[in-house]
Design a protein around this ligand. Structure first.
Ligand SMILES: Cc1ncc(COP(=O)(O)O)c(C=O)c1O
Length: 383
């Protein structure tokens, strides 16, 4: 009998020994919280973003909340966003006292449907908050054109899009606010963390205030507080992890793209097509291949997505759900949203399945996933 293969998770960070040694050095240095490593991390991310001002935070969630605050978004305002995202995307709108206005997704890109945005704009709209799901960029030309014509701020939730581009320009190097996450599942990680790309020094100073209790320090002993900030600063330990990851971004992206190509080869076969499996947009120019998500043929299956996930789990393969439609969570239902409001996002929320994809995976792992998925679908899909 073949020995059992190790469990294949849907994602796993690659942290090298040099980074681990660097973290040990930080731990020995006597300075653990925000300090020189955070400054160096911000400088490197800024370099990646064409020199734009960048500030680091302890999550990608608070970066968006702070961007909304800097943009002056609050009670009585609306922010247009997608219902198919990690719930952080719309929770931050609620956190600043504004109302999210969901616009359904485009079923092909699985990102907010740009054709539907303008119909959702009202006099209360202040900002657009699109998401690059799985690292596939929203059309930045159309997005910024809409924002410009309606005088709206844009907060790009590029949590999943670090390393992605739009027509050859790096995400983060242009636009308005751009928010990245460095959660362990992301293409590069800082354990937990985020960065906000800003427009100018004034915004950068405000970001620093919101990051740490609203404090402004001057001289040796001057301290002033003129706004309510929070506790959102990144530690030097986390920043050192991020610094160890950044030089590997291109290598990671190349590896992810190669694995994605292998998935297309395997899952694009007539057999999978007959089973009704939906594939992502094959973007090998701009996407960073943060995730490889397939659409299960829900209406033809005798089990729900969980049944397919259970079969893959039994075959030693981990999968993920990114994400259930936000407006159907009870918190959001209580605010008035209901089934049928955004049919494309709801279908994706039930049927989208994230397959394993991370830089340390091998081509043989893709083969293994394809075989297990074929077996599961053959078992559960009606002809
Ligand atoms: C689309 C999206 N938005 C926001 C976030 C929030 O980032 P974080 O977990 O760093 O707060 C994430 C990641 O978790 C995400 O995937």
């Amino acid at each position: 009998m073949r020995p059992a293969e190790p469990y294949l998770p849907f994602t796993r960070p690659s942290i090298d020994e040099e980074t681990i040694a660097g973290v040990a050095e930080v731990l020995r240095s006597g300075w653990l919280t925000s300090g020189p490593q955070v400054k160096a991390f911000e400088a490197k991310v800024s370099e990646h973003c064409g020199g734009r001002p960048v500030r680091a935070f302890n999550s990608g969630t608070c970066t968006m909340e702070i961007a909304l605050r800097i943009a002056g978004v609050g009670p009585g305002h609306e922010v247009i966003t997608t219902p198919l995202s990690w719930v952080a995307t719309s929770n931050v709108v609620l956190a600043v006292g504004a109302r999210p206005v969901f616009v359904d997704i485009d079923p092909v890109t699985r990102n907010i449907d740009l054709d539907r945005i303008e119909a959702a704009i009202t006099p209360a709209t202040r900002a657009l908050l699109p998401v690059d799901l799985a690292g596939l960029p929203v059309d930045r030309d159309r997005l910024h054109d809409i924002a410009h014509r309606h005088r709206l701020r844009v907060i790009e939730d590029a949590a999943q899009a670090f390393g992605s581009q739009w027509r050859g320009r790096r995400i983060g190097s242009f636009g308005d606010f751009v928010s990245f996450s460095f959660h362990p599942n992301k293409n590069v990680t800082a354990i937990e963390g985020g960065c906000l790309v800003l427009n100018d020094d004034r915004e950068a100073r405000l970001a620093e205030q919101y990051r740490l209790q609203g404090v402004v320090r001057t001289g040796y002993d001057g301290m002033e507080v003129d706004l309510v900030g929070g506790k959102f600063n990144l530690t030097d330990v986390a920043a050192r992890v991020g610094l160890g990851q950044l030089p590997r971004l291109e290598e990671f992206t190349r590896k992810r793209a190669a694995l994605a190509r292998a998935y297309f080869e395997r899952l694009g076969s007539p057999a999978f097509r007959a089973l009704g499996l939906g594939l992502p947009v094959a973007d090998f120019n701009d996407a960073n291949w943060h995730m490889f998500q397939v659409m299960l043929p829900g209406e033809r299956m005798d089990v729900g997505r969980a049944g397919v996930m259970a079969d893959l789990h039994s075959a030693g393969i981990g999968t993920g759900v990114h994400y259930p439609a936000i407006h159907l969570f009870s918190l959001y239902r209580r605010m008035g949203w209901q089934d049928g409001d955004f049919p494309n996002a709801e279908y994706a929320g039930r049927n989208l399945l994230t397959l394993p994809l991370f830089p340390a995976m091998e081509r043989t792992d893709v083969d293994r996933v394809a075989e297990a998925l074929a077996a599961a679908l053959s078992r559960h899909v009606r002809a």
